[in-house]
Ligand binder design. Structure first.
Ligand code: FNR
Length: 337
């Protein structure tokens, strides 16, 4: 298959309507997701001809890990909703394709079994678990399972499933679903209810001190938040608006990337996600200065269409597109972090 579209069509045909709706979901009217796409489409390239590309490569070194390419699998919850292979299938595919996967706190298979599906150490995505004690237990479990790089997602302060999960699929690595604090009359269900469980910068400072592993922060859009995270010792920033799933009318992730890169000035690697649908899109983010990119929904189309093999096919497709774009641009990006 020479484009993502057939995977998307097959995924839609294969999935129950609720699972498809969950995968495609966007916040509100979808304005953030539209902005993500529009920002990519607005970039025009000026190719340079006759460049010698014989030594070009997509290889990248990230936090001590050598990868064949900078196309990482974004953390996506509950992957057994999409195929019986689940997270294990995605992890095996990422590994087989010379890359890696960011495994969600809300994975539907055990962290240990997912780690075992990949020879290369995977990365672990932490969601705040409502308290420091619970959060630390999950972090330490991921460390013990061999995850090499940790990242904490901060753009969805309190996370709960937006779809009704079938009984055999749940966040098996979390101790119990978070409940909002009960509120009394006059209190806000948002501020005193849900947000009483949400982390703050103080918790991030605490978290930084809890692990020797590289620690990244995912969901940064404002340059001053990037500055704050660097000041606290985070090792990398992931610019992301969660694929437009959290708040509507948010700036496109690509515009935020430019702003954050200008602030960071190369002090830490800046990774990117939200809206990438091809290797050409990946090229655009990488040429702006992203150290690597994460793909979200596209690999889940592959998973739903064809299990682990489908994920591998989507990664390979996007890598081929990236290589072709580099060749036609005469541009050998130096991927380093
Ligand atoms: C997500 N995303 C996400 N992010 C995260 O940090 N932890 C998670 O558990 C999830 N779960 C999740 C489920 C589903 C179904 C989707 C589509 C997304 C966000 C994800 O990591 C990434 O930021 C976006 O998917 C990137 O946007 P694109 O590539 O899907 O446009």
């Amino acid at each position: 298959m020479l484009s993502l579209e057939p995977f998307q069509q097959q995924a839609q045909a294969a999935l129950p309507p609720e699972a498809w709706a969950y995968l495609q979901d966007t916040a509100g009217r979808g304005l953030t997701a539209q902005a993500n796409r529009a920002a990519f489409d607005a970039i025009r390239l000026v190719p340079r001809v006759l460049a010698d590309m014989r030594q070009a490569s997509t290889a990248v070194n990230l936090f001590g890990q050598s990868l064949e390419h900078p196309l990482l699998l974004a953390p996506i919850a509950y992957q057994r909703l999409f195929h019986a292979d689940g997270e294990q299938g995605s992890a095996a595919a990422a590994d087989a394709q010379g890359g890696t996967m960011l495994v969600s706190s809300l994975a539907s298979q055990s962290l240990e079994s997912i780690a075992a599906a990949s020879e290369r150490p995977l990365w672990f995505q932490l969601y705040w678990q409502g308290s420091r004690e619970r959060t630390l237990r999950l972090l330490k479990r991921a460390e013990a399972a061999g995850y090499a790089v940790m990242l904490v997602t901060v753009d969805a302060p309190v996370k709960q499933a937006v779809c009704t999960l079938p009984p055999h699929i749940w966040a098996v690595n979390c101790e119990q679903p978070l409940q909002a604090n009960p509120v009394t009359i006059g209190e806000s269900a948002v501020f005193q209810g849900w947000m009483s469980q949400a982390p703050t910068w103080q918790d991030m400072l605490w978290l930084r001190a809890q692990t020797q592993h590289p620690l990244l922060i995912k969901g940064i859009l404002h340059p001053e938040d990037a500055e704050q995270a660097m000041g606290m010792g985070f090792d990398g920033i992931i610019v992301s608006n969660h694929g437009g799933r959290v708040l509507d009318s948010v700036t496109s992730s690509l515009d935020a990337l430019t702003q954050v890169l200008a602030q960071v000035q190369g002090r830490v690697p800046v990774l990117f996600d939200s809206g990438i649908r091809s290797g050409l899109d990946a090229y655009k983010a990488l040429s702006l200065g992203a150290a690597a990119v994460c793909i979200g929904r596209p690999y889940v189309y592959g998973l739903a269409a064809n299990g682990a093999l489908g994920v591998a096919q989507v990664i390979r497709l996007m890598r081929d597109e990236l290589e072709m774009t580099m060749a036609l641009m005469g541009q050998s990006l130096t991927f380093k972090a």
